[in-house]
Design a protein around this ligand. Sequence first.
Ligand SMILES: Cc1cc2nc3c(=O)[nH]c(=O)nc-3n(C[C@H](O)[C@H](O)[C@H](O)COP(=O)(O)OP(=O)(O)OC[C@H]3O[C@@H](n4cnc5c(N)ncnc54)[C@H](O)[C@@H]3O)c2cc1C
Length: 350
Amino acid sequence: MQKNVSLAAYNTFRFSYQAEYFAVAETLESLKVLLAWANRLDIKVTIIGGGSNLLISNDISGLVIINRLAGMKAREHLGDLVSFTVAAGETWHNVVEHAIEQEWYGIENLALIPGTIGAAPVQNIGAYGVEIKDVLARVQVIDQTTGDVYWVNARDCGFAYRDSHFKGKWKNKLIITSVELTLKKHADLLLSYGGLANRVEGEPSLKKVFETVCKVRQEKLPNPSELANAGSFFKNPIVSSEQHDELKKRFPNLVSFPFESGFKLAAGWLIDQAGWKGKKYQGVGVYDKQALVLVNYSEENAAPLMVLEAQIKESILDLYGVELEREPVEFPVLVNNPASELSFKVDGEA
Ligand SMILES: Cc1cc2nc3c(=O)[nH]c(=O)nc-3n(C[C@H](O)[C@H](O)[C@H](O)COP(=O)(O)OP(=O)(O)OC[C@H]3O[C@@H](n4cnc5c(N)ncnc54)[C@H](O)[C@@H]3O)c2cc1C
């Protein structure tokens, strides 16, 4: 464990705030010890995976734990299903690659989404018509307060569009330590979203779909290791059918998809049409190939990005009457944390 560590290398926006206490957990046992230490001293715990869906906007008081729990295990069933259990700190894309090598179907459309598998259920990651909830059997969690470890079935996790109980009532209570996916050994490809069918060359196969998804994503999304960003900065807004019809009259080219009883609007299209693509503000900006992505060219702190965000939101509200909601999780500023009063030893026993 260390004290006052810069988090610049642990969030893909590369904002350079500090963690008051900092540790990397590589095993479930070490995670338990860290949580027990934090509990004993009444210190708040923040868990970070790959930091690719974060907006850190200030120093974080308390203990920041980087999740690096490792390991994968598969159990093949009679018939054509596979239970694939993966420790939460494994990189999501490595999990997808492993599935492709084994010829297991179900997560090929989710290739190249950055981050850990443990964070994937938190916002129910999705791309090209597939969400992790579609293949998730259950998650193993640890209760931050009691240290109890148990499994929760996927159907009880409150999954919705980019949402789950891990972002709501279980936030700061449960940490995901392992994820069990149910994948298929028979061909079951979904090509009807995002123009995938037109991009796959020749007869579609598992490998071809995987490669096409990787190629398309590399063309249109900035690689966080080259240009700091957190992927889509806004969720696609959901509007009623009435509001959608009015907007469609004013903007015939509006990009939208039926969703539940209303419509989901393509936030990238709204922002692009409002003239924001490629715009810069101080050291941050709107990515010039995809207006939904905000990028950080040179800033160490999040203030300019939050100004840009506010300006975009205001302009979208003025133009379309639609309120944009941020996708990345902001870590709040904590004041008067008792941790700041404590003395600290490197072995973690304060
Ligand atoms: C270039 C780019 C493209 C992206 N494309 C997509 C996309 O197509 N679809 C999509 O859905 N997302 C996308 N994202 C967002 C991001 O990759 C996902 O949300 C990913 O699941 C985040 O994983 P992470 O490990 O980086 O999480 P982090 O950013 O580290 O954490 C995100 C949140 O989850 C919590 N958390 C992390 N680990 C755990 C755990 N083990 N238990 C409980 N809570 C935890 C954190 O406290 C935080 O609140 C993209 C991001 C980038 C940078």
